[in-house]
Design a protein around this ligand. Structure first.
Ligand code: PMP
Length: 382
């Protein structure tokens, strides 16, 4: 199958992020995660696979304590710090266990057993973070978008706990496609699960006590989790904290108390360089905003054929759920989309419908192809 049929014809050449449309074995992958990765980075990893840095072996086969890997790890950290302008009083950790491991690590490292922790519930991932925290702490749900999760509750309605150890929220809910249009302003350390929004645009790291994100959307392969934590929050892990989740210990050991996920770390470093070559986070933000606006415009302009339930100010740039007028059309849509080279558009099993994830590596031309397909599908089935 010539999947370039899904493309716009002659996508930009050279080292443009759009080049994946020219490679005819590649599909347009709208998965929510693991998600699409930059073609150039995949090609570089392929080219370096058998002989990394002239050592006659792959990066996966070298010692994590050897000079070459230590330098690669340090460079990845430096590039991430540069991209996000991470202030000097924050540590950057490259951990295992995904974001889910941090759901436990956060109360274990940041809250004493008696302390209340505040959480905002805006959807499926907030809920998971809350139930894991409840194993270790008394959780106050400061705000609950409740029921359908199609909006972010205004901060003026939140019931904060004076002296809470921290406030946790999920800036972008990957399943519901609900994104905070603001950074909360609270007197306690702000903790953010940025799994599906990190590196999609610039952020002011100094507003946060701790930021974390699983890698498999905008960073690289799954398994790796990036944690950015302010120095003053370290030094107080609970005694029972497993060492692999102990931020203080991991910071002291440069994330190498045990063997780190070396391939994921290396690959993340290549992605950071790709972002730097493509306009940094300002460049990503401009592309991501335009991509999302185009898709929402197609949904809103479809005369009701497609619909997205999320309140307009809280619509995600990264994950765009939408429904068709009749559920019977879902399978037809997905089958036809797949034939056109557009894959992984089914919504999460818990909500149904469709979902298109537009992570950094999804090109504007990929979104154009999706929008053209949707338009044509609506014309034939409306
Ligand atoms: N938080 C959010 C917002 C997510 O999207 C996900 C995964 N899709 C997770 C947490 C869980 O991440 P992991 O599978 O890496 O543990």
């Amino acid at each position: 199958m010539n999947r370039t049929a899904a493309g716009p014809g002659s996508p930009a050449a050279g080292n443009q992020p759009n080049r994946h449309l020219e490679v005819n074995v590649r599909v347009l992958n709208f998965s929510a995660g693991p998600g699409v990765l930059p073609l150039e980075v995949l090609e570089q990893a392929r080219d370096e696979m058998l002989d990394w840095k002239g050592g006659g072996m792959s990066v996966m086969e070298v010692s994590h304590r050897g000079k070459a890997f230590v330098a690669c790890a340090a460079e990845a950290e430096a590039d991430l710090r540069e991209l996000l302008a991470v202030p000097a009083n924050y540590k950057v950790l490259f951990l295992q266990g995904g974001a889910t491991a941090q759901f436990a690590a956060i109360p274990l490292n940041l809250a004493t057993p008696g302390q209340v922790v505040d959480y905002v519930n805006t959807g499926s991932w907030s809920k998971k973070a809350i139930s894991e925290a409840q194993r270790y702490s008394t959780v106050n749900v400061a705000a609950d978008a409740g029921g359908k999760y199609t909006d972010v509750p205004a901060q003026s309605t939140w019931k904060l706990t004076p002296g809470a150890a921290y406030l946790h929220y999920t800036p972008n809910e990957t399943i519901g496609g609900v994104e905070f249009p603001f950074v909360p302003d609270v007197p306690v350390p702000l903790v953010a699960d940025m799994s599906s929004t990190i590196l999609s645009r610039p952020i002011d790291v100094s507003r946060f006590g701790l930021i974390y994100g699983g890698a498999q959307k905008n960073i690289g392969p799954s398994g790796l989790c990036v944690v950015i934590v302010r120095d003053d929050l370290l030094g107080k892990p609970r005694h029972e904290t497993p060492v692999v989740l102990d931020y203080t210990q991991m910071a002291a050991d440069g994330s190498m108390n045990n063997t780190p996920p070396t391939f994921g770390w290396y690959f993340a470093g290549l992605v950071f360089k790709w972002i730097k070559r493509n306009g940094g986070l300002a460049g990503m933000a401009a592309r991501n905003r335009a991509k999302a606006e185009k898709l929402y415009a197609a949904i809103d302009g479809s005369g009701g054929f497609y619909s997205n339930p999320v309140a307009v100010p809280a619509r995600s740039w990264m994950n765009v759920p939408f429904t068709l007028p009749k559920p019977e059309l879902d399978k037809v849509f997905l089958d036809e989309a797949k034939k056109a080279g557009l894959v992984n558009l089914e919504g999460h099993r818990s909500v149904g419908g469709m979902r298109a994830s537009l992570y950094n590596a999804m090109s504007p031309e990929g979104v154009d192809a999706l929008v053209a397909f949707m338009h044509e599908f609506a014309r034939r089935n409306g």
